[in-house]
Write a protein that binds this ligand. Structure first.
Ligand SMILES: Cc1cc2nc3c(=O)[nH]c(=O)nc-3n(C[C@H](O)[C@H](O)[C@H](O)COP(=O)(O)OP(=O)(O)OC[C@H]3O[C@@H](n4cnc5c(N)ncnc54)[C@H](O)[C@@H]3O)c2cc1C
Length: 272
């Protein structure tokens, strides 16, 4: 439970942080809330030579109402998302997912940028970003680029961020008819499966957590929903899924959860 020795840097700007990441090469890792990286270091599943702690860059924190969408700084904590009245009304899928992450300690340290960069297949926020069709901004020594959610998540703990890029902001559209539901065995556990649903008139976008190496769009369910048919959509929610079997549940159990949770999420989103 003791990490390998590492060097520690605490830059004051994104440009300095990106410069440090480039100069230290593959041996450096960004540190945000530390609630995924530090446990991995303690278990020696990660052993960075240098930690670049971006926690002091205050410009990376906050939720801005930009009209039709929200711009959210990467260092915004889960507790800030969960407690935001703005998000609660205009983007409840994000607020409800954040409210169900871990326990109060995790929610008060963990950040939206860290959750997305970590790309844990059981993490809640990646599926939310996919269902919202949101995007992130990444800044590196060579400039700034926008990455749509569909291009961000590449597989197990893998994103399309370069090693010297920092995820600086998240943009999500307003989606008042949306929600996130997850199933776990004990309160505060990670999701065995979860569903993010965003309903917009006759159509819905649905993304699943815990049923693959990365968030999965339930496209057959989305097509079946057309016109508002939640039951038909839920029946198709596991079409094409190839979920893992592990100690938390078999593949069949996860398919079952995908259907049950999709119905719950769509009914809640329509009613919201
Ligand atoms: C007990 C416990 C329970 C938890 N339960 C849940 C749960 O139910 N649901 C859930 O979704 N999560 C859960 N988590 C994970 C938690 O949400 C983490 O906070 C989150 O996964 C990572 O965010 P962080 O800010 O702590 O990132 P860190 O741990 O600091 O970093 C995680 C990874 O992302 C990289 N990174 C961080 N920020 C950036 C950035 N801005 N740009 C580029 N790379 C970056 C780091 O280099 C590292 O590789 C749990 C964690 C714990 C310890």
């Amino acid at each position: 439970m003791i990490p390998r020795e590492f060097a520690y840097e605490r830059p004051e700007s994104v440009a300095d942080a990106a410069g440090l990441l480039r100069s230290h090469g593959d041996g450096a890792r960004v540190l945000a809330g530390g609630h995924s990286l530090l446990p991995m270091m303690k278990l020696r599943l990660a052993a960075p030579e240098t930690l670049v702690d971006i926690g002091g860059i205050s410009s990376l924190r906050g939720i801005t109402d930009a009209g039709s969408y929200f711009e959210i700084g990467a260092l915004t904590r889960h507790a800030d998302l969960a407690g935001s009245d703005l998000l609660g009304l205009a983007c409840p899928v994000l607020a409800s997912a954040a409210a169900g992450i871990g326990d109060p300690q995790v929610r008060n340290r963990g950040t939206i940028g860290g959750s997305l960069a970590q790309a844990d297949p059981h993490g809640d926020l990646p599926a939310v970003l996919v269902a919202l069709d949101g995007e992130v901004t990444a800044e590196g020594p060579d400039g700034t680029r926008t990455i749509p959610a569909r291009d961000l998540f590449r597989g197990f703990l893998t994103t399309s961020l370069a090693a010297d890029e920092i995820l600086t902001a998240v943009r999500v559209p307003k989606a008042p008819h949306s929600t996130y539901v997850k199933f776990n065995r004990r309160a505060q556990d990670w999701a065995i499966a979860g569903v993010a649903a965003v309903v917009d008139g006759d159509s819905a976008r649905i993304a699943l957590t815990g049923v693959g190496a990365a968030p999965v769009r339930a496209e057959a369910a989305e097509r079946a929903f057309w016109g508002g048919n939640a039951a038909e959509a839920a029946a198709r929610a596991a079409d094409g899924l190839d979920p893992p079997s592990d100690a938390a549940g078999s593949a069949d159990y996860r398919r079952h959860l995908a259907r049950v949770l999709t119905l719950r999420a769509l009914e809640e989103a329509i009613g919201g």
